[in-house]
Design a protein around this ligand. Structure first.
Ligand code: SF4
Ligand code: SF4
Length: 86
């Protein structure tokens, strides 16, 4: 976890349950103001403070909704997306 980590939420898959926000130890995730096509205020990460612990990925009940990546390499660190293209 030496590299900076980044979190990517897929708005179309997030159901805004709030578990990732509640359990993130750094409190760097927030309920967004935008509403997805599914009608949810999907979670957002504003790009600062993530330590790459992966807790958000592990508590998320929606497959593929959230992933943790290494900012430098754009590799998936926690989470598997078959269509991950960064
Ligand atoms: S990886 Fe850890 S620190 Fe980063 S957003 Fe997820 S729960 Fe928070
Ligand atoms: S835990 Fe998953 S579904 Fe729930 S708010 Fe976070 S990203 Fe969305």
């Amino acid at each position: 976890m030496n590299q900076k980590s980044n979190v990517i939420v897929k708005p179309e898959l997030c159901k805004a349950c709030g578990l990732c926000i509640e359990f993130c130890p750094k409190k760097v995730l927030s309920k967004g103001k935008a509403i997805s096509g599914m009608g949810y205020e999907f979670t957002v990460y504003y790009g600062e403070g993530c330590i790459g612990c992966g807790t958000c990925f592990y508590v998320c009940p929606e497959p593929g909704a959230i992933a943790v990546v290494r900012d430098e390499q754009k590799n998936v660190e926690c989470g598997v997306w078959s269509d991950f293209s960064h």
